[in-house]
Design a protein around this ligand. Structure first.
Ligand code: HEM
Length: 227
């Protein structure tokens, strides 16, 4: 078997930000669900410790990636944010593609990845806002009951949404055969060239400078394994 040709996709700063965020998120999800669900909390009698872990993870969720960004390659992160923020014709076609099988030419990130990134960023801010209200209420009793109960309700509902979004992310990035090559990118920094050509052709074109990508006229067929 020949060694597949690899192309660089994520640098050390990008990977460090991703994995630091992922670890903090998982601690938040685990401790949050344990506080929330009696079936789990019965095994952890100390809510105090769970809460301290939860709040520590919340602190690091925001500070650790920020610190890594400040000390690392800020430019690549800024470029990623810019790409995620740009929504073009191809992204709209990509959403159709998953339903109807139209061929599209995604760039560095496809529309699904952009939607996920927007959800992650938006939900982190809502978690933070509602979490701060809940924390203030635990340590003082200054806030009105309606504010605390609504904050708590939103925090809980968002947890379920975040759980399902995370499960989808893990499935596509690490399990589903056509897309799981992306995990190699986040672990080692490199992905297979033939995979990049199929899933991120416009990005591959921009990094290799090899002219217009050779695009299949066939539908992208996300439901079939990459040969
Ligand atoms: C990012 C900033 C966050 C802050 C400041 C924060 C803060 C808090 C606080 C203060 C509590 C109340 C603890 C208690 O009642 O003893 C709490 C509970 C909880 N948090 Fe968070 N949290 C954050 C993020 C998250 C995330 C990302 C998730 C899930 C993915 C999450 C899920 C939960 C759940 C399920 C509970 C239990 C709520 C209940 O018992 O009704 N939190 N959080």
């Amino acid at each position: 078997m020949t060694t597949p040709e690899l192309v660089p996709r994520f640098n050390r700063t990008e990977r460090a930000v991703h994995w630091t965020y992922a670890v903090c998120f998982l601690v938040l999800l685990g401790t949050g669900l344990t506080m929330y669900l009696p079936v789990l909390s019965q095994f952890f009698p100390s809510r105090f410790i769970l809460r301290q872990l939860h709040l520590a993870a919340a602190f690091f969720l925001f500070t650790a990636p920020t610190l890594i960004a400040l000390l690392g390659d800020r430019r690549s992160l800024a470029a990623d944010v810019k790409v995620v923020d740009e929504w073009d014709e191809d992204d709209r076609a990509w959403l159709n593609d998953t339903v109807n099988g139209f061929p599209t030419t995604p760039g560095r990130f496809n529309a699904g990845q952009k939607l996920n990134a927007a959800f992650v960023a938006g939900s982190a801010l809502v978690f933070l806002g509602t979490g701060i209200v809940m924390a203030i209420n635990i340590y003082t009793r200054f806030l009105p009951a309606w504010l605390v109960s609504n904050a708590s309700l939103i925090h809980d509902l968002l947890t379920w949404l975040a759980l399902f979004a995370w499960l989808g992310h893990v499935f596509l990035a690490g399990v589903y055969p056509p897309t799981r090559e992306s995990l190699r990118g986040m672990l080692t920094g490199f992905v297979r060239r033939d995979w990049a050509l199929k899933h991120h052709p416009r990005w591959l074109e921009s990094v290799t400078g090899l002219g217009p990508p050779i695009l299949s006229k066939e539908p992208a067929r996300y439901n079939q394994p990459v040969e």
